[in-house]
Design a protein around this ligand. Sequence first.
Ligand SMILES: [Zn+2]
Length: 398
Amino acid sequence: MNYTRRGKIDYTRPMLPNLSHEEILRYSRHLLIPDVGLEGQRKLKAASVLIIGTGGLGSPVALYLAAAGIGHIGLVDYDVVDRTNLQRQVIHGTSTVGRLKVESARSRLLDLNPDIQVDAYNQAFTSENASQIAAPYDLIVDGSDNFPTRYLTNDLCVLTGKPNVYGSVYRFEGQVSVFDARVGPCYRCLFPNPPPPGLVPSCAESGVLGILPGTIGTLQATEALKLILGIGEPLVGRLLLYNAQDMSFEFVKLHKNQDCKVCGANPSVTELIDYEAFCGVPGHAVESGSAGKEWDITPRELAGQLKAGVTLKLVDVREPHELEISHIQGSQVIPLGQLASRLSELDPADEIVLICKAGVRSTRALHILLGAGFRKLHNLQGGLNAWAIDIDPSQPIY
Ligand SMILES: [Zn+2]
């Protein structure tokens, strides 16, 4: 791989594959563009791209790269398709709920374009297997939804000299960049360390506008194609900030950090690291949010105690708008973000049961109350979603 004067990546291989007549017909609209043409399409056929995650970002990335004729696509995911995915993960369908995501995605891609090779890796992406999985690929697209995978992908790309097409989404906002430590900054140049586990909510806890990863993933796919074709100005050294509410696109100039832990002059990160997994990752419909055995109360135990007339203080730490989806009668609502400033509303003498959607936020609430000296605390394990399954099927799961 070579770089041109403008810092672009030239993927031109000594031997580009030929296109069949069927392929020439399929890619006709590409061949008409002078910047792509027959040679560009042959570059796409010769290229190999590994996509981390087949979720909200991975869906449009994989669909458009397959449609564009990327000859070899790898898919990494270890999840199964569930119904809450379908609001944004458009590579999957109702008919593939319950199937492995990589298999669901692979069959969709091969239906879209049977001329390409799609390899599926049904495993978690970890320091153990990342190098081996990524080895055959020219370029990595990060479609992950969590910090441990994002740092792992970044470090892998820096250490093996591959471009990392990065994207992330949160509710109405998204970011895109191309990190290539050989010609620009890496993700760690911006954010040296991951935030502590539990600080940043997952999609399953905070929500995301379904179309948002569609926009961001499509931009990532565009950057991948530009890098492979060697056209335009890639987002190397620039971070695109997108806000769907304002429909604003802003660019922040990024600089390489000479003291970067992984791509700086004296790196301290010289091998891959597995950071502690975050609570609530991946975004299953029903997470088993647990605060540990000594604090957890199961839905069955709670129902039994309420039925037996045990006096319990139920504290629901979700946002007020979530109450109309599901709730337990008699709960007091104190959103997690307000808990620290509303401690005076709670009595440490009460037996307090903390409740949320899936047991993740309530676990955080439990630690806040522990820090404030409360001891008679319980966490509803699995939250209201588990309550709906085990005790009250009239309530929906979300
Ligand atoms: Zn760096």
